[in-house]
Design a protein around this ligand. Structure first.
Ligand code: G3P
Length: 217
C-alpha cells in the first residue's frame, strides 16, 4: 500500500519524507489556498518545490473545467517535473481529458469520485489513479469504505490497472480499513499517518525496558 500525504505544507511533507515511508503527495486548490499559495506562477513553483522534497508521485490539479483548457493546463503541469500526476475532476470533459492524457502517456489522478460508476468510467479512460473521497461520504452518512470495497471488486473483476487512491482520509482507522479492503494507495494528513505509530503498550514497554537497563548500568 502506498502512502501519500494530503497537504501543500512543505514542513509536513518534509517530516513525512524523513520518516522514510512516503510514496507521494496529493494537493488540491483548497490545500494550496490553506498555505497561502495563490497566483498561477506561485502555484506552479510550489509543485516543483514539493517534487524536490519527495521521490514519488505529486498530484497537481487542473482548474479548467472544459476539455481544451484542461488539456492545456495538464500539459503545462506535466512538463513541470516528471513526478507530476495530472489531477482531473470527474466530469464529462474530465473523462475525455483523462483519455487524451492516457493516450499521450501522461499519468492522471481522477478526483472527486463518489460512486462506483464514476470509478468505472475513470478506469475505462485509463486513469493512473482514481480518488474516491471516503471522508466526505462519511460526512453525509454514506459509508465511504463501502465505496472502496465496490471499486476493488469491479477493478478486480476486469483487471483494470487504475490504482485505487483512498482520498479524504481523515484519521488512522480509515487507513487500516482501506488497507484491509485492498486500496492501492491512501492519502491523508500527517496526523493520520503518525497515528499508526501509537500504542500505549509500546510506551509502557519501552519505559520498563529503559528503567531495567538503568538499574544495571
Ligand atoms: O484527497 C482529497 C482531500 O484533499 C479531501 O479531503 O478532508 O477535504 O475531505 P477533505
Amino acid at each position: 500500500m502506498k502512502f501519500f500525504i494530503d497537504t501543500a505544507n512543505l514542513d509536513q511533507i518534509r517530516e513525512a519524507q524523513e520518516l522514510g515511508i512516503l510514496d507521494g503527495v496529493t494537493t488540491n486548490p483548497s490545500l494550496m489556498a490553506k498555505e497561502g499559495i495563490t497566483g498561477r506562477d506561485n502555484i506552479l513553483k510550489h509543485y516543483v518545490d514539493i517534487c524536490n522534497i519527495v521521490t514519488g508521485d505529486v498530484s497537481a490539479e487542473v482548474i479548467a473545467t472544459d476539455f481544451d483548457n484542461m488539456v492545456k493546463e495538464g500539459e503545462e503541469l506535466a512538463s513541470l517535473h516528471d513526478q507530476i500526476i495530472v489531477k482531473v475532476p470527474m466530469i464529462k470533459d474530465g473523462v475525455k481529458a483523462i483519455k487524451y492524457f492516457t493516450d499521450k502517456g501522461i499519468p492522471t489522478n481522477c478526483t472527486l469520485v463518489f460512486s462506483a460508476g464514476q470509478a468505472l468510467l475513470a478506469a475505462k479512460a485509463g486513469a493512473t489513479y482514481v480518488s474516491p473521497f471516503i471522508g466526505r461520504l462519511d460526512d453525509i452518512s454514506t459509508d465511504g469504505l463501502n465505496l472502496i470495497a465496490e471499486i476493488r471488486l469491479i477493478y478486480d473483476n476486469y483487471g483494470f490497472e487504475t490504482q485505487i487512491l483512498a482520498a479524504s482520509v481523515r484519521h488512522t482507522m480509515h487507513i487500516i480499513d482501506c488497507a484491509k479492503l485492498g486500496a492501492d494507495v491512501m492519502t491523508g494528513p500527517l496526523s493520520s499517518i503518525e497515528g499508526l505509530l501509537k500504542h500505549p503498550l509500546t510506551d509502557i514497554g519501552l519505559e520498563k525496558f529503559l528503567a531495567d537497563y538503568r538499574k544495571g548500568n
